[in-house]
Design a protein around this ligand. Structure first.
Ligand code: OSB
Ligand code: MG
Length: 374
């Protein structure tokens, strides 16, 4: 039983070590929304709302999520006795359209609180079976092809098991081919377009078929399925959907339409863990592999992704780069690290999210807080 008596929202600023460019925008200083959740019986945890500053990935931003949590979502939970974290999504979702990332921040926090209460690592509470997760890197669009080749080679040398190349018109077939030539046939490469193309580009995208990619992620519009299905029929390379999969229903639609063959699950995008687990289970039944995407989270958001990725059907490497790839200093200790063979360990040594949150550091980089009470 969970009864929240207090939620504290914080906006922190973390500067990326280098700007991250995707087809739909560039990120350099992250405004990150953290939540601290307190149960009336003393359990406490942190969660992260994975919104960006700009609505170029999803319609949500930090400035939509904050007031939505304050005015609409948190009051549905504060002071109410909640049977289990699996009940939270429905409570938050009833008659609230969208705002999945805002919902997810609270929902996932409740899963972590339940793990704290049960004295279990979050990964174990949800039925995770892996002790370490194969890790890939997501490389932003670089200044020129030489910079991209260098980054890809470095990533493989560091042990990453998958290299995802962000593409956009003008930075696509030739760039990916150049990387393939440089790193050889065996390297696990994929491309992510973040909606940069239309069906008019099908011939161009079909040229990627010769480059041995594991998948092409979300080439078409952020909310599209039908056109992806048309495109998938033209391509040998599997399509992987990211932006378009916002619920279990959309995952089922993807399969029914043949709009993709792989799903990138980001718990924030689908409203939290219960929806992520439902999509995972459905995909497993349908023979659809899934992997865990990233949103340039702080170490707190990452801990949820790592726990989720310990479920059995997360069979492909996740975008779970170690802390040092993003930040000069992360908000947790120890920071997330990756072994030489590209694995991230699931923290199974303690309850909840499994990592220590560096409150003093968070205090120093907090620009705003708001406390919500039952
Ligand atoms: O499309 O997967 C994406 C980051 C921000 C927004 C969208 C995406 C990404 C990434 C980065 O690819 C993954 C990571 O956290 O390393
Ligand atoms: Mg993506």
């Amino acid at each position: 039983m969970i009864t929240l008596d207090r939620i504290v929202l914080r906006e922190i600023r973390l500067t990326l070590r280098e700007p991250f460019r995707i087809s739909s925008g560039v990120l350099s200083e992250r405004r990150i929304l953290l939540c601290e959740l307190f149960d009336k019986d003393g359990a406490q945890t942190w969660s992260e709302c994975v919104v960006d500053d700009e609505p170029n990935y999803s319609p949500e931003t930090l400035d939509t999520a904050w007031p939505t949590i304050v005015r609409i979502l948190a009051p549905r939970l504060l002071g109410k006795a909640i049977d289990a974290p699996s009940a939270v999504f429905e409570i938050l979702d009833k008659d609230v359209r969208g705002h999945n990332m805002a919902k997810a921040a609270l929902e996932m926090g409740c899963w972590s609180l339940a793990a704290e209460q049960a004295k279990l690592p979050l990964a174990r509470l949800i039925g995770g079976t892996r002790e370490q997760i194969a890790t890939g890197i997501s490389l932003g669009i670089q200044r020129d092809v030489h910079a991209l080749i260098k980054k890809a080679e470095q990533s493989i040398a560091e042990g990453y098991q998958k290299v995802k190349i962000k593409i956009s018109p003008g930075h696509d077939v030739d760039w990916v081919r150049a990387v393939r030539t440089a790193v050889g046939e065996e390297a696990h490469l994929m491309a992510d377009a973040n909606n940069a193309y239309t069906l008019a580009d099908a011939d161009r995208l079909a040229q990627l078929d010769d480059l041995g990619l594991m998948m092409i992620e979300q080439p078409l519009a952020w909310d599209d399925l039908v056109r992806h299905a048309t495109l998938q029929r033209r391509l040998r390379t599997p399509l992987c959907l990211d932006e378009s999969i916002t619920s279990l229903d959309r995952a089922q639609d993807m399969v029914a339409l043949g709009a993709g063959r792989i799903i990138n699950i980001k718990p924030g995008r689908v409203g939290g863990f219960s929806q992520s687990i439902a999509i995972h289970d459905y995909a497993e039944q349908m023979g659809i592999p899934v992997w865990c995407g990233g949103m340039l989270e702080s170490g707190i958001g990452r801990s949820y992704n790592v726990a989720l990725a310990s479920l059995p059907n997360f069979t492909l490497p996740g975008d779970l780069s170690p802390s040092a790839r993003y930040w000069a200093k992360d908000v947790i200790t120890p920071e997330w690290t990756m072994s030489k063979d590209g694995m991230v360990k699931v923290p199974l040594g303690r309850a909840g999210i499994g990592v220590e949150v560096d409150r003093a550091h968070i205090d120093r980089i907090t620009v705003r807080t708001e406390e919500l009470r039952a």
